[in-house]
Design a protein around this ligand. Structure first.
Ligand SMILES: Nc1ncnc2c1ncn2[C@@H]1O[C@H](COP(=O)(O)OP(=O)(O)OP(=O)(O)O)[C@@H](O)[C@H]1O
Ligand SMILES: [Mg+2]
Length: 254
């Protein structure tokens, strides 16, 4: 089987702080893996390492069998293998939606403008934003901006998409439209690594859920197993905090 993401014995510190303490993770091609865990457990750091946004201290990362850490591949190659979506949308504020989407395909991949535009139109249709093609980011809602960010990442035609809490910065009523786009992508067979606090979403879209705590993977398995019948006490405690409170807090606000 094709292994899309292979992480082996990954260690990463920031100064004295050991953030990843020997993480190993395989994501086969086409699998959707959700990563859950308490704040500060190293989820974002892991995602950033996979996307080569951090230098690693020890271990190996390979994408489709090619070393992806420590300058093992060019930026161009990296960007065609993996796209990352952050909590903050990071669109270029001075560019239209269209220009945000076509910039990298033209600059990094050398795609002709006409072709990039037609791909962008297709992707905007896919995320339900065709009518916003000429808008500026500040004319869009947060949910719309995040959907443009997803279209922009897809324009590079990556084989893997990494999402780091893609809906955490959104008002609650805008979360659904973004999760819908991500779920559609998952259904299309895209290989994905999704860091999320949306437990029911993780259950619906993932093939596997990985629970991280304190810089290590503590438990992983099918969503029903990890989310409903966790083996580890720390997973149980985490889920108990997440699930009921989540609903209560939301209920209390209304
Ligand atoms: N660039 C950095 N410099 C120093 N410390 C960092 C840096 N990035 C992350 N850290 C620290 O590493 C630890 C893990 O951070 P990380 O962002 O990976 O956690 P997380 O699991 O994503 O948490 P959250 O759920 O809050 O997003 C935290 O203690 C954080 O303060
Ligand atoms: Mg994080």
């Amino acid at each position: 089987m094709d292994i899309a993401v292979q992480v082996r014995g990954l260690h990463k510190s920031f100064g004295e702080l050991q953030v990843l303490k020997g993480v190993s993770l395989d994501i086969p091609n086409g699998e959707v893996v959700s990563i859950i865990g308490p704040s500060g457990s190293g989820k974002s750091t892991l995602a950033r390492c996979v996307c080569n946004l951090e230098d690693i201290d020890q271990g190996e990362i390979a994408l489709y069998g090619r070393r992806a850490d420590k300058g093992g591949m060019s930026n161009k190659e990296q960007s065609q293998l993996v796209g990352m979506i952050f909590q903050q949308f990071n669109l270029f504020p001075h560019l239209s939606v269209l220009d945000n989407i076509i910039l990298s395909p033209m600059k990094v991949r050398g795609i002709a403008r006409e072709q990039a535009i037609s791909k962008a139109a297709e992707l905007l249709d896919r995320v339900g934003l065709s009518e916003k093609i000429d808008s500026r980011p500040n004319e869009l809602s947060g949910g719309q901006q995040q959907r443009v960010a997803i279209a922009r990442a897809l324009a590079m035609e990556p084989r893997i998409m990494v999402f780091d809490e893609p809906t955490s910065a959104l008002d609650p009523e805008l979360v659904g439209e973004v999760l819908e786009v991500i779920a559609e992508l998952a259904g299309s067979g895209m290989t994905m690594m999704i860091i999320t606090h949306e437990m029911s979403f993780a259950k619906d879209v993932s093939n596997r859920v990985v629970f991280m705590a304190d810089g290590a993977i503590l438990e992983q398995g099918p969503p029903e197993q990890v989310l409903e019948r966790p083996q580890e006490e720390r997973t149980r405690t985490f889920l108990q905090r997440m699930l009921p409170h989540h609903t209560n807090v939301k209920g209390a606000e209304i």
